[in-house]
Design a protein around this ligand. Structure first.
Ligand SMILES: *Cc1c(COP(=O)(O)O)cnc(C)c1O
Length: 369
């Protein structure tokens, strides 16, 4: 049995007729940039994410960048970010000229450890960017309490966790202004690049709308040095078709994770994902850890099972960030996760048989020695 790491066969394919219909409407409208489709999706996504405003953008990285720009974060400012995040969170901080300050994650939950945040705060700290990694909400209650105490802004990186909750409150609705991504492989994915910011702050939403469109509110009148970071009409129309399916797809991801949890319990030296008792997990990724990661990955590849590593090199050890002067050993928890993590296939439509086949193959790897 061949099982790819990711397949759209049971998400995009079954809604092909609706997607083609959306494309036809978009095509016939002959309105390609910032029209009814973007506005419609923004309203729908704001409602889904339980916020007052959603501003559609070109991708998730641009969303994080615009969020920081809207908050006025810049040169000389420090922004706290988890040491094991995807590079995009850190790049957004660099784009505005601020300095990333890494805080280690909790080794069991893989999200930023709130008990380590306060020691990283300096007089220059302006914001925190919690990342709901792999699909599990961070402890947003603790993070918001720290933010309030130290007068810091919070920008959630919600790219991997659309629909996740902490104490019943949805991710992307806690921070001052938050970014998400609709990259095709994300839980809610377009057919190309797309993203958005979500916020309850009308002023910040307005700033984001101006910044995404050359810094102009009124055509050809430029108030600030803005960008072209707009969500396409076409992608917005596809996202409107897909959004109503998201909760069903999330349920399927959670079922698949539960099957893995049974099938992989006690197998070899595997460490299975854990969920904080107050959090929900929407399983963008199902990440296990093992000290035999590379050989297990080779074995699964040879047996037709696709896997990936999220992520093999933590940001502080990337060439792009040597100037921060952080050497190997500086952030041992992020490094340990990078050395041992392996993402198994998880996509809506995967059957129980597939999950059992993968679990059995992994058990066989460990029996084989
Ligand atoms: C995907 C992702 C991003 C960037 O989104 P793009 O749309 O690919 O630019 C940012 N942060 C995290 C955690 C992501 O997974």
């Amino acid at each position: 049995m061949n099982i790819p790491f990711l397949s759209f066969a049971d998400t995009n394919k079954p809604i092909k007729a609706d997607m083609m219909n959306a494309f036809e409407q978009f095509f016939d409208s002959a309105w390609y940039i910032l029209g009814n489709q973007v506005q419609k999706f923004e309203q729908e996504y704001a409602q889904f994410n339980q916020v007052a405003h959603c501003v559609g953008l070109s991708n998730g990285l641009d969303a994080l960048h615009i969020a920081l720009m809207a908050l006025g974060i810049g040169k000389g400012d420090e922004v706290i970010v988890p040491s094991n995040t995807y590079i995009a969170t850190v790049l957004a901080i660099s784009y505005v000229g601020a300095t990333p300050v890494f805080v280690e994650p909790d080794i069991n939950m893989y999200n930023i450890d709130p008990s380590k945040i306060e020691q990283a705060i300096t007089p220059n700290t302006k914001a925190m960017m919690p990342v709901h990694l792999y699909g599990q909400s961070c402890d947003m209650e603790s993070i918001m309490a720290i933010a309030q105490k130290h007068q810091l802004f919070v920008v959630e990186d919600n790219a991997q966790s659309q629909g996740a909750m902490f104490k019943g409150k949805i991710t992307g609705s806690w921070g001052h202004i938050n970014g998400t991504s609709f990259y095709p492989g994300k839980n809610l994915g377009a057919l190309g690049d797309a993203g958005a910011v979500t916020t309850n702050d009308t002023e910040l939403a307005k700033k984001a709308m101006v910044l995404r469109n050359y810094g102009s509110e009124k055509k050809y009148y430029n108030e600030v040095i803005g960008h072209n970071m707009r969500l396409d009409e076409c992608q917005a129309s596809f996202l409107s078709v897909k959004l109503p399916h998201l909760s069903n797809w999330t349920k399927q991801r959670q079922d698949i994770a539960a099957w893995y949890q049974i099938g992989l319990q006690g197998v070899g030296d595997l460490i299975l994902p854990q969920t904080h008792p107050d959090a929900t997990h929407v399983y963008h990724l199902y990440v296990v850890r093992t000290h035999r990661r590379d050989t297990l990955q080779e074995y699964l590849t040879a047996n037709g099972i696709g896997t990936l590593i999220h992520y093999p090199i933590p940001p502080h050890l990337q060439k792009a960030y040597v100037h921060l002067g952080l050497k190997k050993g500086a952030l041992p928890i992020a490094e340990e996760i990078a050395d041992t993590c392996l993402s198994l296939p998880i996509w809506p439509g995967m059957t129980k048989e597939m999950v059992e086949h993968i679990s059995t193959s992994i058990a066989q790897f460990y029996e084989r020695k």
